[in-house]
Design a protein. Sequence first.
Length: 239
Amino acid sequence: MQPDFAALRERMVREQLMGRDITDPRVLEAMRRVPRHKFVPPELQAAAYRDTPLPIGSNQTISQPYIVAYMTQLLELKPTDVVLEIGTGSGYQTAILCELARFVYSLERYPALAERAAAVLDELGYENVELHIGDGSQGLPDMAPFDAILVTAAAPVIPGPLRAQLADGGRMVLPIGDDQGQSLQRVRRVGDQWKIEDHIPVMFVLLYGKHGFTPPDDPQPEHEEVEPPQDEDDEDDED
């Protein structure tokens, strides 16, 4: 028998988010709407609303619900904002951002993750999103500036290209540190001034790339846009 995912999602919001310090009503409503279980492997769907991260493949994880909500709340998103997300992963955080912003550009290093996330986002009907494959530490300069940037992997320092792509008045939230310890920071740009706030200790996977950590074995990915899957009726027949 399939779990009552709607009831589990409401309990997650009430106990894990409202029971802590998530107070932004728009963030809470987005967390209520997005079906987190759709973004995890089928064998883990029953655990999707637990207070824990879960593996999604390619040595990556979907963050625990509280961390997703906390980082989103720090962004202070407005309905008119254009957002850059570094690290699409499962696509769950992407969906939350799509609920709150005008448009989301999301950049993922691993093609298999990006393609799977694109399929789920398309299935759920999100149209205000564009996925790309490439080096997240370099951002997407052709689409800049961004009102907000969310980085879901830890960098040793704030990557210079991401600073440059943040609009005046923009906010960037990212973990800074290494595989031994990290601090979640919020960066505000006010003209040529940068206000940096430390928030909570976190532990994310590392951000690999030119302005992040050196990847252990795989080469730098080439940048490309990920096309959403077509409906079968729209696909061209191929031999």
